[in-house]
Design a protein. Structure first.
Length: 412
């Protein structure tokens, strides 16, 4: 479920995958936006926490009990396991949920978590390295949850989990440009989410998907003339996402990450950084959060901090590939062209890069040489990027170089 939401955000946020955030949409910042901490019925998060301060488990365990009808101890156990996932303690998470399958046999979760972890590992690099392992775990998770749903108890949560597993399948299928099958899977996931909502209408975490849908459908339709008008539901979407950020049972960190993308889209870089840093303080080893943090620092021209965030990823996972691309971009922007060239060439040296990834790295190398005024090399890399996939930025820069050369402003 967590990775589904992250993947969905990445799917609508090309900045994480490739280039810069969208600067064409109209911001709603400045309107009466909700402040962090707002939750249903006008209470503050502090109010709710005080209500449960003398109980054995954290407040969210009791919110889960009230919203889903699950035992507070079981909610606590699931939250503990998910905390391992957020902290990138994947082995601990797997072991923990295997133990929970024995402790709470009516709701098996280990296969679902295994599938989410395999998908997280692929999202950290935007590759398909663990596709076979993910497919095995995903099939088993579907079977386990479908069997569990035949029995009474925890059905709202089981539908919620199944929605996440199917949703991940949809995102994975979409990444492979199989749009019709991806859409069919998305409808199936939405059906499971609605079954969860019917059984647990007050389940806060479901509002994260609602909020993302309301915000991003608005943002996309407002900037894409061929799509039908949806109206402006951005403030509603922000409120729904913030509600989960404040009072979610399981998905508060994912909601915080969703708000990073939202604030970037809103051109509110200060709030985007605040959201990144909230997760970074709690989960300093999260590769996905540190990727986004580094990119946000890059967008806000805090290049040394961006480099530090990317270098932290390599400390946690020296085998990470994708970070070399963004490290190269930050180094280039910081004026460190030698380091940038090395990082980008390191990235290009990896196997199994997709065409858009290879073209983007070649384009960035062209920029590195252009900044050095080595226009011959810049032209070479721009041409290579265009040849790979018709990269628009490379083509535009190549045309500018040719025009300046023709006008006698540069010579190479």
């Amino acid at each position: 479920m967590t990775i589904l939401l992250i993947a969905a955000m990445l799917g609508v946020s090309p900045s994480f995958a490739q280039e810069e955030p969208n600067n064409n949409s109209e911001s709603v910042t400045g309107k009466d936006l909700p402040a962090l901490g707002e939750i249903p019925e006008g209470k503050t998060l502090g109010d709710l926490i005080k209500e449960y301060k003398d109980r054995p488990y954290e407040p969210q365990a009791y919110w889960g009990n009230e919203q889903l009808g699950m035992e507070p101890e079981q909610v606590h156990d699931i939250r503990t396991g998910l905390d391992h996932v957020y902290k990138r303690e994947y082995s601990k998470a797997r072991d923990h949920f295997e133990e929970l399958d024995t402790k709470w046999p009516g709701t098996p979760m280990s296969a679902a978590i295994d599938a989410m972890i395999w998908q997280a590992l692929m999202l950290e690099n935007f590759d398909y390295k663990y596709e076979d392992q993910w497919e095995v775990s995903s099939r088993r998770a579907r079977e386990d949850l479908t069997t569990a749903l035949k029995n009474d108890g925890n059905q709202a949560f089981e539908h919620f989990m199944l929605a996440g597993i199917i949703g991940i399948e949809s995102i994975h299928t979409m990444r492979k440009a199989k749009y019709l099958p991806a859409l069919q899977l998305a409808f199936e996931a939405m059906d499971e989410a609605e079954k969860s909502r019917a059984l647990a209408p007050n389940f806060t975490d479901l509002k994260l998907a609602d909020g993302m849908y309301n915000y991003w459908r608005t943002a996309i339709t407002m900037t894409t003339p061929i799509l039908p008008d949806y109206g402006d539901h951005r403030i509603e979407g922000i409120q729904q996402m913030q509600e989960v950020e404040s009072a979610g049972v399981f998905l508060a960190p994912a909601a915080t990450l969703s708000m990073v993308f939202t604030w970037l889209e809103e051109h509110d870089n200060k709030r985007a950084l605040q959201a990144c840093l909230r997760n970074q303080r709690a989960y300093p080893d999260s590769v996905i959060n540190n990727q986004v943090l580094g990119q946000t620092y890059t967008y806000t021209r805090k290049f040394e901090l961006a480099i530090g965030a990317f270098e932290r990823i390599l400390e946690v996972d020296p085998k990470n590939k994708r970070v070399h691309y963004w490290l190269g971009v930050a180094q280039m922007r910081a004026g460190k062209s030698d380091e940038a060239e090395k990082s980008l060439n390191t990235y290009l040296g990896f196997d199994y890069l997709e065409d858009w990834q290879r073209a983007a790295a070649l384009y960035r190398l062209g920029q590195v040489f252009n900044r050095r005024r080595d226009f011959g090399q810049a032209e070479k890399y721009y041409k290579m990027a265009v040849k790979v996939n018709g990269h628009k930025g490379a083509k535009a820069n190549l045309d500018r170089l040719k025009k300046r050369k023709k006008e006698g402003k540069i010579d190479y």
